[in-house]
Design a protein around this ligand. Structure first.
Ligand SMILES: C[S@@+](CC[C@H](N)C(=O)[O-])C[C@H]1O[C@@H](n2cnc3c(N)ncnc32)[C@H](O)[C@@H]1O
Length: 223
């Protein structure tokens, strides 16, 4: 078996053993595919990780940058208490339309505020509106803007806020300082900002599985 095949099969094994079959989440993935959305959603095991992190932290307010079809949004929304809320930001109106239907199917729409438009503009507008800080922030949109999203994440944080960034390994390309891929350079600048920021303590976890070789940055705002 090739290495990638093993990762995929082990991911399937983990999912079968630890993540109960969920007709709604499977329907969401099918809907996304039928609607022509790119398969950039987190995997089931990664969605469960987000769900567990939200529960472990006791998050009540979550900010997500990059909704796609709402798959990760649903995983996190399900971990929230009754009064909890997610604000999720999506640029593409078609993605947002599909997400809105998926959120309703999963019956989490009352916990989710889906804002459509460029995330940086939305974040600036939210600041003007005096939106309160968040307990958990998931950054998963256009990677060249990761440094900008991190600055906004700090703006919307309090001590104890957890900040998670997806796709931070990029099949190992992250160590290529000469990469011409703007997503790699965006994520490298994201690491640099975190490294230089004394208000965040963080690590990164390399992941393998159905989504290939990638990873998450997980950090916490300390002051
Ligand atoms: C990796 S996908 C999100 C996946 C989703 N978090 C999940 O796991 O189900 C990235 C999403 O970010 C959106 N996006 C890209 N640039 C954006 C921007 N400037 N502002 C807001 N959303 C953006 C894309 O349209 C896409 O739907």
């Amino acid at each position: 078996m090739s290495q990638i095949n093993v990762w995929d099969k082990v991911d399937q094994y983990i999912t079968e053993r630890l993540i109960p079959h969920d007709a709604i989440l499977e329907a969401v993935l099918s809907t996304n595919q039928e609607a022509g959305l790119p398969a950039y959603d987190v995997s089931p095991s990664q969605g469960k990780l987000l769900n567990l992190l939200v529960q472990m932290q006791g998050s009540k307010r979550i900010l997500e940058v990059g909704t796609l079809g709402g798959y990760s949004t649903i995983w996190m929304a399900r971990a929230l208490p009754a009064e909890g809320k997610i604000v999720t930001l999506e640029l593409d109106p078609h993605h947002a339309q599909v997400a809105a239907a998926n959120l309703s199917l999963a019956e989490v729409q009352d916990k989710v505020e889906l804002r459509v438009g460029d995330a940086l503009e939305q974040l600036s507008q939210m600041s003007n509106e005096g939106v309160e800080p968040f307990d958990c922030i998931f950054i998963d949109a256009d990677k060249p803007n990761n440094p900008n999203y991190l600055k906004w994440a700090l703006h919307f944080s309090h001590p104890g806020t957890v900040i998670i960034g997806d796709n931070v390994i990029r099949e190992g390309e992250i160590i290529n300082k000469n990469s011409e891929d703007p997503r790699v350079q965006g994520v490298r600048a994201f690491y640099d900002l975190i490294a230089d920021e004394n208000r965040i303590t963080a690590t990164a976890i390399q992941t393998v599985g159905s989504k290939g070789y990638d990873g998450f940055v997980i950090g916490m705002v300390t002051s």
